[in-house]
Design a protein around this ligand. Structure first.
Ligand SMILES: [Zn+2]
Length: 291
């Protein structure tokens, strides 16, 4: 499993000449020019949009600097990796990523991406919910605690699946306008379907939160390892408990409209640590194979 998962990283190790002769014999030869230019860090994908995620892989412990922020690589198996969230307001340009010791460098490009507006009208009572900062802050503490730890070894070895069938009613990144006022950005995807439709875990993982929250109603959060989390909101019912290990596709709850919601739908979010990111690349390919 691990070999398949880190297929790319194995080739990186080969280029660096650190594989045992037994393993090397089973792998195709790499041209000498490739060996000479083998980078000590690798980024995938090399072209992304604001709100997307980079996977950085290195063969040594250490940290990397991306957009003025320092991230230490996490040991995972025989590699050092880190998922890095790119802010949704990042300026489109080509950026460098360098190791803290400045010995290795790689580049990536953030492409321009337009995010549309989405206007919704809610009752005065619902609008008032957003002002209850005491409840919201209390929930946030519980959420932060749930996401304060993540498995060092990923639970996943393939791409993620859509947690529920239905109509994509609000994509990731939409600028929300609530009752004519600019509200927060929608950093999740909304999938509308009938109340009671089963909701599945998008990937293997460990449930770190399964409870009623003020804004997102019945909510489940799953740790997939390496700081990758998924979150499922507004459900009518929970089918799992915190601490439980779940498999990709396992039913964790039912579609509902609990919390700050105008109709039955699943609010599905993905995070790297505490940063909400675009879930779509996780559905398209195994993150370890992102091109
Ligand atoms: Zn939503």
């Amino acid at each position: 499993m691990r070999n398949a998962m880190f297929a790319f990283c194995t080739s990186l190790a080969l280029a660096a000449g650190s594989l045992s002769s037994t393993n090397a014999a089973q792998l195709p030869a790499i041209a000498p020019t490739a060996t000479a230019t083998a980078p000590a860090i690798h980024i995938q994908p090399s072209t992304i949009g604001p709100g997307d995620v980079l996977l950085v892989t290195g063969k040594q412990a250490g940290s990397v600097v991306v957009m003025n922020k320092t991230y230490s690589l996490q040991k995972s198996g025989d590699q050092f990796v880190r998922f890095i969230p790119i802010p949704i307001d990042a300026k489109p340009a080509t950026y460098s990523i360098v190791t803290a010791d400045k010995k290795a460098k790689a580049v990536f490009t953030i492409q321009k991406k337009a995010f549309a507006q989405d206007s919704i009208t809610v009752s005065k009572q619902m609008e008032g919910m957003q002002q209850n900062t005491k409840r919201i802050e209390a929930d946030q503490k519980r959420i932060n605690k749930a996401r304060s730890q993540s498995a060092a070894v990923p639970y996943f070895t393939d791409k993620f699946q859509m947690p529920v069938q239905g109509r994509l009613s609000t994509p990731y990144g939409y600028q929300r306008v609530v009752n004519g006022k600019i509200s927060s950005r929608h950093l999740a995807i909304d999938i509308a379907n009938k109340e009671g439709t089963p909701v599945a875990a998008s990937q293997n993982g460990k449930v770190v939160l399964a409870e009623y929250l003020y804004l997102t109603g019945y909510t489940v959060m799953i740790d997939h390892g390496l700081n990758v989390f998924s979150s499922y909101g507004h459900m009518s019912k929970l089918d799992v408990k915190a601490g439980q290990i779940v498999k990709k596709g396992q039913v964790i709850g039912k579609v509902g409209t609990t919390g700050f919601s105008t109709g039955p739908h699943l609010h599905y979010a993905m995070l790297i640590g505490n940063t909400f990111i675009n879930p779509n690349p996780f559905f398209q390919a195994n993150p370890f194979d992102w091109k």
